[in-house]
Design a protein. Structure first.
Lengths: 513, 326
């Protein structure tokens, strides 16, 4: 640490430890922020990034450690204290009043605006800042009318009007479109050039390289390294984040394609609007095979999986599982036959008000292992849940915590644990975007799990938009466009450009020619 | 039979009867905008009526109105103490205050207790005053020149000062609520108290202030009902007007200016059914008319259940939720 004078930093956090019941979220963590820099705080889900910054913002009180702001030791008892020190934070869930106007949200609590609020003067002051940053929001607009990106701009306006010198953004790009992200990064650079120190909490590596000056990597609640972005690279950061190099997936393997486990023929399914979402789709899925479905989302993938899972009645066509017709069977019969379904919206398919343990056995509680006649054997449920929480790395204070209180990534892992870990005889896994929103290590773990399952003879139907994921995992890739199968490619003949073309509806033959 | 005279009389009656609703719903609007649901309005109103009855007979109008405001302040603060400081369920506390008010007012105004209170305040009170079920009404203050305009004159410019005050308050309270920092702070407490707290708004204080205002205006509404509208004491004489005022707040979508229209609409219904009964027209019609405010409120509530409507009119998002700082 020698050489640095203390006043050079806006923020110095040293030896921060924060314990929650059953979890140590921060262990002896350190962090510094300089004037005018964008400092990425990088780490996997649950690495303790948000906790560390919530300590700085006063939401949590640390159990140990010291915080210095502008070189002076401070105690921050709540967000109010933080704001007084010039520390602002933009949360993932915006702290805005939707029915109030942009102006009202920005000036709330600002005494210098006078007792009687002069709308014209306030709008003018807001307008100046808005146009300086090249934004397009109107001070008179109601916040509920705004897009996510615009709401974020209102949060930034709030910070600017409070003369915030230290600004924390918690995963700010997770709600943004790519275009909005570009605008946000420009804004952050402008703010930094005016001397504001910015902390960017993220798990996306590209954000480190596109906007940040320095990066601090967190793992398991500890800060493992702080580096200048120009002195590091992706491989090094990945290794720091997950503590080891990434495994390479290389399942070049031979499958016997004798008997189809799942056979779909001439399936037609309607979407919620009553339009044909799946048109005459036929395919076979063999034992132990991973069959990928590529396509821009909304081209019938979801409806296809729902029809197979029995959640949506097909208009015509047949679905066979191990030669038995399961078309129009009740979802429970299909579950019993060993078909699991990983939906795209994990939280919608879990019971938010119920506990982790209850959610984990939602599909399995009828098994003799968990219930006898009418009574549930909670001891076995707890044991199983404990196993699953550990093996799927679900971060939760206990198995009796409500699922609604878990973070998005953890709900996703919980649903994966339920679908992959609780079926007594799993035959087919229907997976829709199973790794969407997950960090690198979790994605890798899910991929390993899929491969393990397929080696045990389980067949997997994998819907994804990530072509790299499909190419790495799948034995075959089927491309869908507007509800139709455009073509099927065999492993070894994958060409990402060709698949991309097919996803726009160009038939395989034409694409070849 | 139904000429200009009848119309004038109904409209003047609408304002006279509607002022009870207006004063009460102005108070309730502030409470709910700050996030506190005050179901004690009926109890506050009846206490206002009883106190104005007793104190007018003992000391006259001025002292009576001051006492009413003081009682209202105390009742509002009592509600706030339970719901804001102790964070108890607002529905339960509100109903308890209504029951308390109904009981206490009946006790205070019973001939024995009433007599003692009047004698203690004014030892020279005559036997006639002690026995009276009535009290002197507030004097009318006709506005010279304006009161002779047809229809408008009798409707707005020939009333006692509380009617004028209530109209003035509607404008002032609207301005405070939507055009000042105080109002923005107050509304934010009803929308997102934890955020308001973070940005330096004292949520507890704002909710106490709004309940104090609500209590005073609730009791003033009761006082107006007695000494300004029908100065004849009957136990439970508010007859659900406090609850109608709650409905009116919803109908007016928590806006003091719209509350004026709603109050006179509800008042007009009351005035009209009263006069129709006197005329003996269509025996069932008065009941139909009395139902109308509730029917309109149900329609309003149904519309408010639509998310898109809620967003536009701004039902206070934190209404009824006690705030505790984590």
């Amino acid at each position: 640490m020698g050489g640095m004078t203390e006043t050079e930093y806006l923020v110095e956090m040293r030896g921060i430890t924060k314990r929650f019941p059953n979890v140590v979220a921060n262990k002896n963590a350190s962090f510094t922020l300089r004037k005018g820099e964008v400092h990425a705080l990088l780490g996997e889900n649950g690495a303790g990034k948000s906790t560390l910054m919530n300590v700085l913002y006063g939401i949590y009180r640390p159990d140990a450690g010291e915080i210095r702001v502008y070189g002076k030791r401070v105690e921050i008892r709540g967000p109010k204290d933080a704001l007084k020190l010039g520390i602002g934070m933009v949360h993932q869930q915006f702290k805005l009043i939707p029915v109030h106007t942009v102006a009202e949200n920005v000036i709330l609590g600002l005494k210098e605006m006078g007792f009687v609020l002069d709308g014209r003067k306030i709008n003018q002051r807001l307008g100046e800042v808005i146009s300086r940053y090249g934004w397009k929001i109107s001070p008179d607009a109601r916040v509920w009318q705004l897009s996510a990106g615009e709401k974020q701009q209102v949060e930034l306006l709030k910070a600017l009007f409070r003369n915030v010198k230290i600004l924390i953004l918690d995963e700010p790009t997770s709600v943004l479109t790519p275009q909005e992200t570009v605008v946000l990064f420009q804004t952050l650079r402008t703010m930094a050039s005016q001397g504001i120190g910015i902390v960017l909490i993220t798990h996306k590596l590209e954000e480190v390289f596109s906007v940040s000056d320095r990066v601090t990597v967190m793992r398991g609640g500890e800060t493992v390294a702080t580096k200048h972005v120009r002195d590091t690279n992706i491989e090094e950061l990945v290794e720091l984040m997950i503590g080891r190099p990434l495994l390479k997936i290389a399942p070049a393997r031979q499958l016997s394609r004798e008997k189809a486990v799942l056979r779909v023929s001439d399936l037609v399914v309607l979407n919620d609007k009553g339009l044909e979402a799946v048109r005459n789709v036929s395919f076979q899925l063999f034992g132990g095979e991973i069959l990928g479905i590529a396509g821009v989302s909304g081209n019938g993938q979801q409806e296809l999986l729902e029809a197979i899972a029995g959640l949506r009645k097909p208009v015509s066509g047949k679905i066979f599982l191990d030669g038995v017709d399961i078309t129009d069977k009740h979802p429970w019969e299909i579950i019993s036959a060993g078909v699991s379904y990983i939906p795209a919206e994990a939280l919608r398919y879990s019971a938010a008000e119920m506990t982790v343990a209850e959610n984990l056995v939602l599909k399995a509680y009828r098994n003799p292992e968990f219930s006898k006649k009418i009574l549930i054997n909670w001891k076995n449920v707890a044991k199983k849940s404990m196993d699953l929480v550990q093996s799927f790395r679900i971060v939760t204070p206990s198995i009796n915590n409500k699922v609604g209180n878990l973070s998005g990534g953890n709900v996703q892992r919980l649903v994966l644990a339920r679908e992959l870990g609780t079926y007594p005889k799993l035959r087919v896994v229907l997976a829709a975007y199973p790794t969407r929103g997950l960090d690198i290590a979790s994605t890798e773990a899910i991929h390993q799990e899929f491969i393990k399952k397929s080696e045990q003879g389980v067949s997997i139907l994998l819907v994804s938009e990530e072509l790299e994921e499909l190419v790495a995992l799948c034995d075959r890739i089927m491309v869908m466009h507007r509800g139709e199968v455009v073509g099927v490619l065999e492993r070894g003949m994958y060409d990402i450009e060709e698949i991309g073309l097919m996803m726009t509806g160009v038939k395989k033959m034409e694409a070849k020619a | 039979m139904i000429g200009i005279g009848f119309v004038e009389s109904v409209l003047a009656g609408a304002v006279a009867a509607g002022t009870v609703f207006l004063l009460a719903s102005l108070g309730e609007t502030y409470a709910e905008r700050a996030g506190v649901l005050n179901l004690g309005m009926e109890g506050m109103m009846i206490m206002g009526a009883a106190v104005s009855y007793i104190f007018t007979n003992a000391l006259g109008h001025g002292a009576a109105l001051l006492t009413v405001l003081l009682v209202g302040l105390l009742m509002g603060l009592l509600h706030a103490f339970f719901t804001v400081s102790l964070k108890l369920n607002q529905v339960v506390v509100g109903l308890a205050i209504t029951i308390l008010g109904l009981g206490l007012s009946g006790l205070m105004a019973s001939s024995e207790i009433r007599g003692r209170i009047i004698l203690a305040l004014n030892p020279e009170a005559t036997r006639a005053v002690l026995a009276s079920q009535e009290a002197p009404k507030l004097p009318l203050i006709p506005i010279a020149g304006l009161k002779d305009i047809p229809v408008i004159g009798p409707m707005f410019f020939n009333h006692n000062f509380l009617v004028y005050l209530s109209l003035l308050l509607s404008f002032v309270m609207w301005f405070l609520l939507f055009r000042t920092r105080f109002g923005l702070n107050l509304r934010s407490c009803g929308e997102n108290p934890s955020m308001a707290d973070t940005l330096g708004v004292n949520v507890y204080l704002m909710r106490y202030v709004s309940m104090a205002v609500c209590g005073m205006l609730g009791c003033l509404a009761g006082a107006y009902l007695f000494i300004g509208y029908q100065p004849f004491w009957v136990e439970g004489m508010t007859q659900g007007r406090g609850f109608i005022s709650l409905a009116l707040v919803i109908l007016a979508t928590w806006n003091p200016l719209r509350a004026v229209l709603g109050a006179y609409l509800f008042g007009g219904v009351e005035a009209l059914q009263f006069r129709l009964q006197v005329l003996g027209i269509a025996a069932q019609l008065p009941y139909f008319l009395l139902m109308l405010p509730y029917a309109v409120t149900i329609v309003t509530l149904t519309m408010l259940s639509l998310e898109s409507v809620r967003k536009r009119v701004g039902v206070p998002a934190a209404l009824g939720v006690p705030y505790s700082r984590e």
